[in-house]
Design a protein around this ligand. Structure first.
Ligand SMILES: [Zn+2]
Length: 217
């Protein structure tokens, strides 16, 4: 899953307004951020196989450190510890738990769309329900989660500027266009390009969300 993950960020922000939206944007993609670093280093492996699913050409054949269930739980724990201590233990336990849940939500949503490439632990017992083989349904699911979460967020906050009022829906539409390009456009030329594109888009999305969030209260 790609932009749909951010629906969880928006929903979590509604549950606890003390958590900066950019933190929640990074949290829901933490596993992929790790993946984007480990793939160019050769630690985790992916190859481009056009047609391996109907909408995603990535053969994610080795990613035990970021996308196994056990790894996802450990990354979530790390998210809890870092968020709680990074704020000088000023963050509430509930806020840190929400950050941890946001991190873990990535694995759950990935499980729905991936082909069976998500290991239980290490590189074995791989799972994935394969919704990527139904591009229209998979795309609509991303749209529904993203805008469902955003709607919850917009209804629980108020704009302090005009940019704050119209910025988020515009931002959401831009994310959707990028998602459509990834889904229906040409495949990335190689594994490194896929990793760097992911890292760059996640950083830009987090920066954009943080900037717009400061224009709402
Ligand atoms: Zn992922």
């Amino acid at each position: 899953m790609f932009v749909g993950h951010y629906g969880i960020s928006f929903a979590a922000k509604r549950l606890d307004k003390t958590i900066p939206l950019w933190v929640l944007f990074l949290a829901v993609q933490l596993l992929d951020l790790g993946w984007g670093v480990l793939v160019p280093l050769g630690v985790e492996k992916v190859r481009i196989v056009p047609g391996i699913t109907a909408s995603n050409p990535l053969d994610l054949y080795y990613m035990p450190y970021t996308h196994s269930l056990v790894a996802a739980l450990l990354w979530s724990l790390a998210g809890y510890v870092v968020y709680r201590s990074g704020r000088g233990f000023g963050a509430s336990r509930r806020a840190a738990l929400l950050v941890a849940a946001a991190v873990f939500s990535h694995w759950v949503l990935d499980l729905i769309v991936h082909r069976p490439d998500l290991p239980l632990y290490d590189d074995t017992l791989k799972m994935g329900l394969g919704l990527w083989n139904y591009p229209t349904v998979a795309f609509l699911l991303e749209v529904a989660i993203l805008f469902g979460g955003m709607l919850l967020y917009l209804r629980s906050t108020t704009a302090t500027t005009a940019v704050g009022r119209y910025g988020m829906p515009v931002f959401g539409s831009v994310m959707l266009l990028i998602q459509a390009a990834a889904f229906f456009g040409p495949p990335p030329p190689n594994d490194r390009a896929a990793a760097f594109t992911a890292l760059a888009s996640y950083a830009l999305f987090a920066a954009g969300a943080g900037w717009l969030d400061r224009r709402r209260a």
